[in-house]
Write a protein that binds this ligand. Structure first.
Ligand SMILES: Cc1cc2nc3c(=O)[nH]c(=O)nc-3n(C[C@H](O)[C@H](O)[C@H](O)COP(=O)(O)OP(=O)(O)OC[C@H]3O[C@@H](n4cnc5c(N)ncnc54)[C@H](O)[C@@H]3O)c2cc1C
Length: 609
């Protein structure tokens, strides 16, 4: 007779003890490999512990209600056939989602139980659920599948691979990188840099340096932008190869809780998966009745192709994405007309931060801005000479003809395109998928990240979430608990804000003290000829802690990181004021604003309070 084998609790991904809620076998029972032995449950999740081998249960070492941890002894097993070996295969089940086939890289041999782990007194509730939710006792084609290779998806895939999971990344397009790299953040910022340089060069005229009107070769500009995109997306493919992340091109849709179909020109493939991360992103919102089949009607993706430099352009939607693209066309010489339904551009931002941008658009670029105005119709002229828009607003109605129109009225999540119901994943009526702090959906083995889980739809949120989801899928105990997410409009001037806004503070009755440092008092801003900026900080008057901040001015998008870090670190005004900022920089304006709060500012004259 073989020596009895000890069957112990596998890796749980969390140090806290979990409860045995069900004992599924009794002494004397014959069990097969992968049969569930006991069920564990924390306040967030449950998992079955499978038998590592065929055999007979000799003695149970746990009972219902016991608290156990990784390494705790469950039972003694008289294994039939092959003796058990001290490995993941014996006694410790694979990490959730890891393939259970022989080829799968296995965890190192089981660690002996640490006696200190039996001390439950010091352990509080875990911040998020232990990772393994329902360990399926079957082998899957792929351990972890990530749907969508945008910034969220490829980050998740790479992090999971780095943590030892076998990962398949499914992307419907031939290039990786999703919206951000291909038709979003990166190409738009490349073009905005060109727009900034054009504006800078024009501004030098007033300081005695003239370059003459720019000569624009659209073909070369496009090629340069495409090269930037190509280098980045190519780099992502290379990184996937090096990490042995399998990339599958095709459109994914769920067939079941653990089943996916991937359709491509080459045919349809089905695959089973242990865990999934949904990172399928978002798409542009279309306005009904708009003639999108007319190539002069553009969304942001079309606009990034720079088909030509129209004499005049109608921008429908005064949000960040539309305004950034409008800045590019404006710099190239297009006359802009901007129509926004609400009563301000970038409505989610404080008005004082938006005002310098509005002034620059109107006075510096000659743009017409119609706020509180709706485009009620857009028609293509039969002779191909333009587009006629009907605009209705508080100032009356007006009809105008444009060479091109850019419709940028928002993005909607792709939750409705995945047949998620087949996997039991709930999608709301707008297409968003709800997740908890561990980024699990209502199906505990399926995660969702990025644009598809809600606002703000931003690349840096997606990538951070990608890491959290991957870490949990790999058995770690990770939570998306960012206090703040910075927002940036890369317009000219840039606008960036983070944390509490003045508008929200007033609306929800938060007590705050506002301080502002005007860039007109910054030597660096003066030297750059850009005194149209300001730095605003909101503090809690009692604790002096930083609650939020907003910056408008050249490079605000880079400057806002300090404010975000200060909020995350619970900084008080003195922390910012006493941090020595290099001189002369516009970063000093953050320290100066904190000095205004502290009453120590010398770069401004403040009458005594
Ligand atoms: C013009 C523009 C400029 C922007 N600028 C910025 C910026 O400066 N900063 C910023 O933070 N954010 C910016 N954004 C937003 C940013 O691009 C998104 O927040 C980010 O791309 C979201 O990442 P994601 O991974 O969630 O989704 P996505 O990037 O949308 O990636 C989703 C991927 O999933 C794929 N996919 C979808 N469905 C399936 C399926 N069924 N099967 C297989 N694959 C599928 C898609 O093809 C796509 O590649 C901008 C967006 C636009 C449009």
């Amino acid at each position: 007779m073989a020596e009895p084998s000890e069957v112990r609790i596998p890796h749980l991904g969390a140090d806290e003890p979990v409860e045995v809620v069900e004992v599924l076998v009794a002494a004397g029972d014959q069990v097969s490999r992968e049969d569930s032995l006991i069920t564990l449950e924390s306040d967030k999740a449950s998992m079955d512990v499978p038998s590592p081998a065929d055999g007979k249960v000799l003695e149970l070492k746990v009972k219902r209600g016991d608290k156990v941890k990784e390494g705790s002894l469950i039972l003694l097993l008289e294994a039939a056939g092959e003796p058990l070996v001290e490995s993941e295969e014996a006694g410790v089940s694979p990490k959730p989602g890891q393939e259970t086939t022989q080829e799968t890289p296995q965890e190192p041999a089981q660690k002996p139980a640490d006696p200190r782990q039996e001390d439950t007194a010091k352990v509080g509730p875990p911040p998020v659920a232990p990772p393994a939710v329902k360990v399926e006792s079957r082998a899957f084609d792929v351990a972890l599948v990530v749907i969508g290779a945008g910034v969220g998806g490829y980050t998740a895939a790479f992090r999971a691979a780095d943590l030892g999971l076998a990962v398949t990344l499914v992307e419907r397009y031939p290039t990786l990188g999703g919206v951000c790299l291909n038709v979003g953040c990166i190409p738009s910022k490349a073009l905005l840099h060109v727009a900034d340089v054009i504006h800078e060069a024009e501004a030098l005229d007033a300081r005695g340096v003239s370059f003459g009107a720019p000569v624009i070769d659209l073909g070369r500009l496009r090629a340069w932008k495409d090269e930037v995109v190509g280098r980045l997306t190519g780099g992502i493919s290379e990184l996937a190869k090096r990490r042995k992340v399998k990339v599958l091109q095709g459109r994914a849709r769920f067939l079941g809780e653990h089943e996916l179909e991937v359709a491509s020109d080459d045919g349809v493939e089905t695959l089973s998966f242990g865990q999934a991360i949904i990172a399928a992103g978002s798409r542009v919102v279309k306005i009904p009745g708009v003639p999108y089949d007319d190539p002069r009607v553009m969304d942001s993706t079309d606009a990034l192709e720079l088909p030509d430099v129209p004499e005049n352009l109608l921008l429908v939607g005064g949000g960040i994405i539309g305004l950034e693209m409008a800045m590019v066309f404006g710099a190239l010489g297009t006359k802009l007309t901007i129509v926004e339904l609400l009563d301000g551009l970038i409505p989610e931002c404080d008005r004082d931060l938006v005002r310098p941008l509005e002034a620059r658009l109107k006075k510096g670029m000659g743009a017409e801005i119609h706020l509180g105005t709706k485009m009620t119709s857009l028609e293509s002229l039969a002779d191909g000479s333009g587009l006629v828009a009907q605009l209705e607003g508080s100032g009356g109605s007006k009809s105008a003809t444009f060479d091109r129109a850019l419709i940028a009225v928002g993005r909607r999540p792709n939750g409705d395109l995945l047949n998620a119901g087949a996997a039991g994943v709930e999608v709301d009526e707008r297409g968003f998928i709800a997740v908890d702090r561990s980024l699990r959906t209502n199906q505990r083995h399926i995660y969702a990240i990025g644009d598809i889980v809600g606002e703000p739809m931003l690349a840096h949120k997606a990538s951070h979430q990608g890491k959290v989801a991957a870490e949990n899928a790999a058995g770690e105990n990770s939570a998306f608990d960012a206090r703040v997410i910075p927002l940036v409009a890369y317009t000219d001037p840039e606008i960036a804000w983070v944390g509490l806004t003045e508008t929200d503070a007033k609306a929800n009755g938060t007590v705050f003290e506002k301080v502002k440092f005007p860039w007109a008092a910054s030597g660096r801003a003066l030297g750059m000829g850009r005194t149209d900026g300001s730095t605003k900080l909101l503090f809690d008057p009692e604790t002096k802690r930083l609650l939020g901040g907003g910056i408008v001015g050249l490079g605000a998008g880079d400057l806002i990181s300090e404010v975000a870090l200060a909020i995350e670190m619970d900084c008080e005004a003195a922390d910012l004021a006493l941090t020595i900022h290099p001189h002369p920089t516009v970063s000093e304006t953050i320290g100066f604003a904190a000095e205004v709060f502290e009453g120590t500012i010398t770069d401004l004259f403040r009458p005594k309070r």
